[in-house]
Design a protein around this ligand. Structure first.
Ligand code: DX5
Ligand code: ZN
Length: 227
């Protein structure tokens, strides 16, 4: 069984109590902190930047921070996030003029690199940069907002991405972001995902520990892939 990881998205946390919220979700069994960065340009919403990432590190957060850039351009801000304590930095290929260079920049800054694919973005780019990618992130919603519904065509794309990753032989994580809940996480895992972002499904419930435990119980039931 893959090493399944659960990454709550802080977008649905109570921002007035962000440090305590992140502490709580990690104490409740989360593996990573998913950190959504929006610029009101690449996506129609505005969220948080490197200052907040650095503040979480200063607060004492030691878990991996999974920075999901929904900004354009990306190169200017990558070193700032590395400096702020990011572990992974992922970006959308549409948001960089030179994708290969941006991936290298992330690694040169000491972080792990991720490439994010919107629901209607083909995986073509990925084939040429597999040696420079540590994580593939498939969006199961159009980026910009939490609380949207999972788009079913993601399942087919997950199979394709899993195949590409397995064929490459590189240890690339396969993450899914958007609309993940207790009742669909198992199917998403069976389609090939190993890392699960969930915002509203975790922060929208009163008992984070119970929700994450229910997600893990579903992951423990994962059977053969529905190919
Ligand atoms: C959407 C963000 C997601 C979002 C997920 O643009 O990238 O990380 O917070 O939220 P849920 O889990 O509520 O769909
Ligand atoms: Zn995200």
């Amino acid at each position: 069984m893959p090493n399944y990881l659960i990454a709550p998205s802080i977008l649905s946390a109570d921002f007035a109590r962000l440090g305590a919220e992140v502490d709580a979700v990690l104490a409740a069994g989360a593996d990573w902190v998913h950190f959504d960065v929006m610029d009101n340009h690449y996506v129609p919403n505005l969220s948080v930047g490197p200052l907040v990432c650095a503040a979480l590190r200063k607060h004492g957060v030691s878990a991996p921070i999974d920075v999901h850039l929904m900004v354009r351009p990306v190169d200017r801000i990558i070193p700032d996030f590395a400096e702020a304590g990011a572990t992974y930095i992922s970006f959308h290929p549409e948001a960089s003029d030179h994708i290969d260079r941006s991936l290298q920049l992330i690694r040169d800054c000491g972080c792990r690199s991720g490439l994010v694919f919107n629901p209607a973005t083909p995986l073509d780019t990925l084939k040429y940069v597999m040696d420079k990618v540590d994580m593939v992130l498939l969006m199961a919603v159009n980026p910009g907002f939490g609380g949207q519904s999972f788009i079913d065509s993601t399942f087919k794309k997950l199979h394709e991405a899993r195949q590409l990753i397995d064929d490459s032989g590189y240890p690339i994580r396969l993450e899914v972001d958007g609309g993940i809940k207790i009742d669909n996480i198992r199917l998403i895992a069976e389609a090939g995902a190993d890392t699960f972002v969930a915002g509203s499904a975790i922060f929208g419930t009163p008992d984070y520990r119970a929700t994450i435990a229910a997600m893990r119980a579903e992951l423990n039931q994962v059977g053969h892939r529905h190919v």
